[in-house]
Ligand binder design. Sequence first.
Ligand SMILES: *[C@@H]1O[C@H](CO)[C@@H](O)[C@H](O)[C@H]1NC(C)=O
Length: 233
Amino acid sequence: MRYSALSSLLLTAALAVASPTVVKRANPQGIDISNYQGTVDFNTVKANGVSFVYIKATEGTTFIDSYFSSHYVGATNAGLIRGAYHFAHPDSSSGATQANYFLAHGGGWSSDGITLPGALDIEYNPSGAECYGLSASSMVSWIRDFSNTYQSATGVYPVIYTTTDWWTTCTGNSASFASTNPLWIAHYASSIGTLPAGWAYTTFWQYADSGADPGDQDEFNGSLQGLKNLALG
Ligand SMILES: *[C@@H]1O[C@H](CO)[C@@H](O)[C@H](O)[C@H]1NC(C)=O
């Protein structure tokens, strides 16, 4: 998740001029983490009231997160609902190739009530052309290829993590995944803001890049039972 830096600057700036409002969050809370967080004390995270964790597994077809296994095992042993995510590099290989790489390195899914559908993290290019040099229609095709490959292998569609800004710019604000793929929006503010076309609501909301627990701070839009249902497929 690389959305962090600019938004946290903006958030800091916003908090400097307005007194912060404490938002009471009743929905199931979560975090998302990668090797950047290093070792995580999942028992403390669980004791703090966190219900779920998304854990970075892969990037493109060349990067396996060195902490993925220990994070996944640790989260499982602490009794957390957990899932894996893949950072997309749509300029380096096809959606199907990257979905298969993700599936082969921790991104799989089973209907056990504790495994969330794998998430496709698709957002700002950390090191190159805007929209990875793809046209909006090529980007939609790439996401379609990833999503269909993942669904064929697991029976569920991947969650799509993005920002409304990136999605609007790089997919032409495509509405064609809204009826199949759960949405996970990064938006560091006290309300969710405008969503991409088609989705009437977001399933997950990444609302801050730091907080009481390690990693980015997230919430599930629903009840704990709703979260478990997502993990049942
Ligand atoms: C959460 O989902 C409900 C529908 O289930 C929707 O009305 C609401 O706007 C959603 N909240 C967000 C932040 O998307």
